[in-house]
Design a protein around this ligand. Structure first.
Ligand SMILES: NC(=O)c1ccc[n+]([C@@H]2O[C@H](COP(=O)([O-])OP(=O)(O)OC[C@H]3O[C@@H](n4cnc5c(N)ncnc54)[C@H](OP(=O)(O)O)[C@@H]3O)[C@@H](O)[C@H]2O)c1
Length: 299
């Protein structure tokens, strides 16, 4: 029998990949667009859960505009903290399991080794604060909830680093990319695939199962944004790839402060679910190939 899942989000990177892969994982998915469930209205979102009574709720939408969150704090908090909290309460009442997503930006990036799930949090920006508050509200309200922190999410859809870099390379300008921020790039397709593969376990597991609670998912291998950009060019352009220059975070001011080392330790998650997360270069090669095939078809 299929798992009946209700997803908040249809247009984001993660939501699109979940939509694309759900059938292959025998997940019968109903996805709610922003028009059908606006996360700035927590009680309306909670009502959607009560109406649908799914086995599993997937909260794939979020306020993700990191710099804008510095000035839109009230809205960001409602979307990233209050609505997840209201949805989690509704899941607990309806007996549904809940999968929510969070970010490496809950950490301050001062740790020199990768962050484990139980490391202390200390967000440096408003987005990270609202996401951390969301994590807490979800885990407090719903004993059968999982919060998956991820980082540097990319895909062949929406606005993201892979697409931006390839566009800039096509314009032929010399590039300088930040080389003192480190993290683990993550394919939205891999994240969605992992989540859907575990859907049945979450729907069948009881409170206290280690499948619930905090988890970290990011593709293997840490790099800087500059290293990531160089990897993308190498994959897309081979020997014609331009050399990417480096730049310091301090020379590129932005409204929101970013952690310098948001590297997530995924070993707890890999051990709990018996998986091995593949290297980011392998996952990003597939994204680059998909973008190149889209371009060839539109030419
Ligand atoms: N992207 C990253 O690098 C990254 C890194 C770490 C963690 N994460 C987390 O991973 C999850 C998935 O991120 P993503 O990359 O898929 O995000 P994304 O591509 O930026 O998409 C965000 C989605 O949320 C929707 N949304 C925003 N405000 C909404 C509202 N008020 N009501 C309903 N929907 C709303 C957007 O809808 P519209 O299309 O209508 O605007 C969009 O579909 C999020 O929890 C995010 O915090 C992402």
């Amino acid at each position: 029998m299929s798992v009946r899942a209700l997803m908040f989000g249809t247009t984001g990177q993660l939501a699109r990949e979940v939509l694309r892969q759900a059938d292959a994982h025998h997940v019968k998915l109903t996805a709610l667009s922003r028009a059908e469930a606006d996360l700035s209205d927590p009680e309306a979102c909670a009502r959607r859960v009560a109406e649908h009574r799914p086995d599993l709720v997937i909260l794939a939408a979020a306020y993700t505009a990191v710099d804008l969150a510095e000035t839109e704090g009230v809205l960001a908090r409602r979307v990233n903290a209050e609505s997840p909290g209201a949805i989690a309460r509704a899941c607990a009442s309806a007996g549904a399991a809940l999968v929510h997503f969070s970010t490496d930006y809950v950490f301050d990036g001062a740790k020199t080794s990768p962050y484990a799930i139980d490391d202390s949090t200390h967000p440096l920006n408003a987005y990270g604060e609202t996401k951390l508050e969301g994590e807490r509200k979800v885990l407090d309200a719903c004993p059968r909830a999982v919060v998956i922190r991820t980082s540097w999410v990319v895909s062949a859809h929406g606005k993201n680093f892979v697409k931006t870099m390839l566009r800039l390379a096509a314009q032929g300008q010399p590039l300088k990319v930040v080389d003192d921020q480190f993290g683990r790039p993550t394919s939205a397709a891999d994240l969605a695939g992992f989540m859907l593969a575990q859907a049945r376990r979450w729907t069948e597991a009881s409170c206290g199962d280690p499948a619930f609670g905090l988890h970290h998912f990011a593709n293997a291998g840490e790099t800087s944004w500059r290293g990531f950009a160089q990897g993308i060019f190498d994959l897309a352009l081979g020997p014609q790839a331009p050399d990417v220059g480096g730049q310091k975070t301090a020379d590129r001011p932005s409204p929101a402060t970013r952690p310098l080392r948001g590297v997530l330790d995924t070993r707890h998650t890999e051990a709990t679910f018996g998986i091995q997360i593949r290297p980011w270069r392998e996952a990003v090669a597939e994204i680059v190939a998909e973008l190149q095939s889209q371009e060839a078809q539109s030419a």
